[in-house]
Design a protein around this ligand. Sequence first.
Ligand SMILES: NC(=O)c1ccc[n+]([C@@H]2O[C@H](COP(=O)([O-])OP(=O)(O)OC[C@H]3O[C@@H](n4cnc5c(N)ncnc54)[C@H](O)[C@@H]3O)[C@@H](O)[C@H]2O)c1
Length: 338
Amino acid sequence: MKNEFERNILVTGGAGFIGANLVCLLAKKYKNYRIINLDKLTYAADLDNLKEVSSLDNYVFIKGDICDEVLVKDIFRRYGVDGVFHLAACSHVDNSIKSPREFIKTNIEGSFNLLSIAYEAWHNGPFEVKERYRHARFHLVSTDEVYGSCDSGLFTESSRFEPNSPYSASKASADLIARSYIKTFGLNVTISNCSNNFGPCQHGEKFIPTVIRCALIGENIPVYGDGGNIRDWLYVRDHCQALDLIFHKARPGETYNIGAGNEIDNLTLVKRICDLLYKFKPNGGDYSRQIKFVADRPGHDRRYGIDYSKIKKDLGWRPSTPFNEALEHTVRWYIDKI
Ligand SMILES: NC(=O)c1ccc[n+]([C@@H]2O[C@H](COP(=O)([O-])OP(=O)(O)OC[C@H]3O[C@@H](n4cnc5c(N)ncnc54)[C@H](O)[C@@H]3O)[C@@H](O)[C@H]2O)c1
């Protein structure tokens, strides 16, 4: 195949929530890069979220599994992949409690498969990079959930891993395997651990889309426990800009926390969403009357608090969209979709 692109970037999970936002950013911003989206198209994927890039010359979609060694090797060889953003994962904590096996397979074995194939493709041996791949980089997208629940203070990049759900344990395992490829083989890997994302293109099963959907169709809005669980909400488009920056500018082997300083408890967040819904759809009345507290999720982490001063200091990144503006944009996006 004629290789007319400056770089060939593999994005895994590019038909999912964050992946679709990232693929759109990369394919539109870097016309000189070929963006190859490898996605198994599980229930969490939606190719509609990629409409704006699907006809671009620098975008390729491949349906497949990151655990498929033959397929992934073929993609690396055929396209000369020299960059990876690895996002494909089983991502819903509740599902990991009901059926953890697929989480272990995709999130751990799939990550290992990609790392080992990148290493084979880019290296002659440990710390010996092939000349053609001296700039090649593997970026792993991980979560702040690897640190467990944060009762006080904030997690830094050197906080201990204390994952509490099969999901977070599988993500922590992938982070550690990636670390071993940095330390043992000198693979050019970077890792980011981000807080809860929100924004357009998220699957309906997740918290914010569920709140909006239930409110609009007149159902109970389920809130776990007492609604006091705290998350730091990161707008997905700000997150994708951070990923772009880390991929291009971070030193090999670095790990960055990505947060937004938007800590808010679930109940307050739901009430804010209800207020926004009332602003755009006043016919529904006071949507907060539909809030219903439901039995808490087992092992539910009370709070995630993330210190993202390192990425601010090293790379100059900070979230650029004010929380209220991002939430309003998100609510409008789901109103249009429903
Ligand atoms: N959404 C968040 O708030 C959040 C926070 C922190 C970290 N993350 C991480 O970011 C990444 C993306 O999360 P998301 O919310 O976009 O997830 P998502 O569930 O919306 O999308 C995951 C995508 O991966 C694909 N996929 C799943 N298994 C696959 C496999 N075996 N092979 C190929 N593709 C497969 C799915 O089809 C889907 O398109 C994940 O690694 C997740 O752990 C997400």
